[in-house]
Write a new protein. Structure first.
Ligand SMILES: [Zn+2]
Length: 87
């Protein structure tokens, strides 16, 4: 069985648009912004936002639904759903 996401609930929150309620954004940080060279991606919970708006965000490491270590599980650009300039 092919599993794209760690769990269905993460997938649902990841696929909604940025404006749409609580959602999960994955950002690939630029090299100079990476605190840890081993972790290129950052994971945020946000309440929904528009481009250009100041965004409230919570940086997370573990899936809030199933507890998976996101740094270990999501290691591909195909999961990136936001640009570093925006979030
Ligand atoms: Zn999960």
């Amino acid at each position: 069985m092919y599993r794209k996401y760690c769990c269905a609930r993460f997938g649902i929150r990841h696929e909604v648009s940025r404006e749409e309620g609580m959602n999960l954004r994955v950002v690939k940080r630029r090299p100079d912004e990476q605190l840890d060279a081993g972790n290129r991606y950052r994971f945020y919970v946000t309440p929904g936002y528009r481009v250009g708006q100041e965004v409230q965000r919570l940086n997370i490491r573990y899936c809030p639904f199933c507890g998976t270590d996101l740094y270990g599980f999501y290691r591909s650009d195909k999961f990136v759903n936001e640009e570093p300039d925006i979030l």
